[in-house]
Design a protein around this ligand. Structure first.
Ligand code: EPZ
Length: 434
């Protein structure tokens, strides 16, 4: 077990390179199950959620060869099992993509109920199930397993209207529909950049998917996907996290390997707060030298302000002049981290999906915890901005989605270390919890 120790108060200066998008990678890797042949995938982020998914595929019989740190050859032609009931699956949310991929390829799937970041409430998959059922599958949840089957071994094209805009359901139904007989039309879909990326990946291997990035996706079933080469897009949320970090600490940061258009929803808010952003072809220069100003924000599906940036933005709003109102429009409960900010001197009141944030002069370092991936990233930002020392536990959440976060921050002047938690202290923590 490890923790981060941050000595805050240093402006960030220099360059940081953004990795491949986590939420694209965790869909594209299971999507390789649909491909007959080798998929060479580039720009795969080195994060624990990806490692876990690659291990799951290996256990199912896939052959995976590392070409370099961010490039893998994945060949799933040898996979024969439709069963993915592994303990590892219960730890990641994206394991739900195995349902769509296995159902699409074999007409059946038995997959452990997905786990992942827990925001305090249930994370339902009813829209995924509704879509699979409309395509002719029977889907039951038994003993923590999602069991899906088709009477004739095939899914059938149909029209599906999603009652909520869901990233996971949109991608899962696209995966399932690739080999369905006829055309599947999915309406009221999510439009996040990673949805377009998954559709581009599948199309580059021979699928026929149109409309990704709009409200309606049409998938015409094809017979076969063949191997090929694909490079994953840069991670919008990792880039946004570094933008929020430099907005919080002050300084000048060149953020490289981004698609600036994907960042507009985040850049706009930061500019309202007094951050100066210059756009290059595949980079952003982010500067903050004056005071941070208050703003209001509501999280929404893309192209709205992303829920996965809400904790990071709320954290820097704690240091802005005036009162800001943050409304969480996607998840029921995504403010668990606020208690940690209060320990550092923040002034935040949460009422349901709304957080009212009174800007304070400064935060002070404290021992705090990461409760989920983005909340963890927000705690790192809080530590970088605070005076004194901040110790963050629960960093395994952060490492699920941020490649080399410690090294990347150290390279731009942050004083952050990853240190071992001595066993005696771990035992003490376990006893306290027990
Ligand atoms: C994806 O989760 C992301 N995860 C999340 O990022 C992100 O917060 C979320 O999309 C929203 O952008 C991955 O891509 C692996 P949803 P997902 O289905 O697909 C409700 C991160 O930090 N809903 O778009 O699980 C749901 O309760 C993670 O990187 C239903 O009601 O999210 C929520 O309120 C955390 N029924 C809303 O829709 C369903 O069947 C959006 O959820 C599905 C979802």
């Amino acid at each position: 077990m490890y923790k981060y120790i941050i000595k805050g108060g240093k402006p960030l200066e220099g360059e940081v390179e953004i990795s491949g998008a986590k939420n694209a990678a965790v869909a594209i890797i299971p999507a390789a199950l649909l491909v007959d042949g080798v998929c060479r995938i580039e720009n795969i982020p080195q994060i624990s959620d990806v490692t876990m998914l690659l291990n799951i595929l290996k256990r199912m019989g896939a052959s995976i060869r590392t070409v370099d740190r961010h490039t893998m050859d994945i060949d799933c032609s040898g996979v024969t099992s439709t069963d993915a009931d592994f303990d590892m699956m219960r730890r990641i949310r994206a394991s739900y993509y195995l349902i769509g991929a296995l159902l699409g390829r074999f007409g059946k799937a038995t997959v452990a109920m997905p786990g992942g970041c827990n925001f305090g409430g249930v994370r339902p998959i009813d829209q995924h199930v509704k879509g699979f059922a409309a395509m002719g599958a029977t889907v039951e949840v038994r003993n923590g397993l999602v069991c899906a089957d088709t009477p004739d071994g095939h899914l059938h094209g149909c029209e599906i209207y999603l009652d909520v805009v869901s990233v996971g359901a949109t991608i899962n139904l696209m995966l399932a529909a690739v080999f369905a007989q006829g055309t599947t039309v999915i309406e009221n879909v999510a439009k996040e950049p990673h949805i377009v990326d998954v559709a581009n990946f599948l199309n580059s291997m021979g699928a026929d998917i149109r409309g990704a990035g709009t409200n309606v996706i049409k998938v015409r079933g094809v017979q076969k996907l063949r191997g090929g080469f694909y490079s994953i897009i840069p991670d919008q949320i990792e880039a946004g996290t570094y933008m929020a970090a430099v907005a919080g600490t002050g300084g000048d940061l060149l953020i490289k390997n981004v698609i600036p258009k994907h960042m507009n929803c985040i850049s706009g808010k930061l500019e309202e707060m007094g951050v100066v952003i210059e756009e290059g072809e595949d980079c952003l220069l982010v500067r903050r030298h004056g005071p941070l100003r208050r703003t209001n924000v509501k999280t929404q599906p893309y192209p709205g302000f992303p829920t996965d940036m809400q904790p990071q933005l709320s954290t820097i709003l704690c240091l802005a002049q005036g009162t800001s109102i943050v409304t969480e429009g996607v998840w029921d409960n995504r403010y668990k981290y606020v208690d940690e900010l209060l320990k550092m001197g923040a002034a935040v009141r949460v009422d349901g999906r709304v957080a009212i944030i009174e800007g304070v002069q400064g935060l002070t370092g404290a021992p705090i915890k990461a409760y989920d991936l983005r909340a963890g990233a927000a705690m790192v930002i809080a530590g970088l901005c605070a005076s004194g020392t901040t110790e963050i536990e629960g960093i395994e959440y952060i490492e699920r989605g941020y490649e080399d976060i410690v090294e990347k921050l150290q390279n731009v002047g942050a004083d952050i270390q990853c240190v071992d938690i001595p066993e005696a202290q771990e035992d003490e923590d376990i006893q306290r919890i027990g």
